[in-house]
Write a protein that binds this ligand. Structure first.
Ligand code: FAD
Length: 155
């Protein structure tokens, strides 16, 4: 039987960006930090996020049928920690809307989606999102590797 710690450590060797997935139900915006994100298809334009069964976000996306993926910029580590539940006392986080979906101000990319499919796999649900709109900012990315936040090295 493979060990959870070893599995986590191996997955942590895959350096990723960091996103905040956001959705809105009855006027209440909910955000969650996620790095299990990838592009799926160009035509049609599809992305996927993987949400834990224990995350509050799961029911919220099921209810709204929409979500955004906000790719965080290098100066947004605090935002990542807020939406991972690691920072409780913080200033209010400002959201805008893109195609009716809440998106995070100052993210390096804001991607609004409609859920086109949901696949339960083990203790996570994969939401396939059909991309409805995109906004891009020119910013360096926040990186996550081996359980720590990093930045790209300067040339
Ligand atoms: P909660 O834990 O209740 O909410 C998360 C936090 O966001 C809370 O502190 C809440 O107060 C705050 N918050 C929510 N909405 C707002 C708002 N509108 N304004 C201000 N604050 C708000 N989990 C996954 O399932 N998939 C992943 O891909 C994934 N990747 C991760 C990557 C990283 C780098 C990290 C650090 C964590 C990752 N997690 C992932 C774990 C996940 O972010 C946490 O377990 C998170 O707490 C789950 O959120 P929740 O939906 O259960 O809601």
């Amino acid at each position: 039987m493979l060990d959870d710690r070893q599995f986590r450590e191996a997955m942590g060797k895959f350096a990723t960006g960091v996103t905040v997935v956001a959705t809105e139900v009855d006027g209440n915006i909910h955000g969650m930090t996620a790095n299990a994100f990838m592009s799926v298809s160009l035509n049609p334009k599809l992305v996927v996020v993987s949400i834990a069964e224990k995350a509050q976000m799961l029911e919220k996306i099921k209810q709204s049928g929409t979500f955004s993926v906000n790719i965080l910029a290098a100066d947004q580590q605090e935002v990542s920690m807020i939406f991972a539940g690691q920072l409780k006392n913080h200033q209010e986080v400002v959201f805008e809307h893109l195609n009716g979906v809440p998106v995070l101000s100052n993210a390096s990319a804001q991607i609004s989606c409609e859920v086109s499919a949901a696949h339960v796999e083990g203790d996570h649900t994969l939401f396939i999102g059909k991309v409805t709109d995109i906004r891009i900012e020119d910013a360096e990315p926040l990186i996550y590797y081996s359980g720590k936040y990093r930045r790209l090295a300067e040339d």
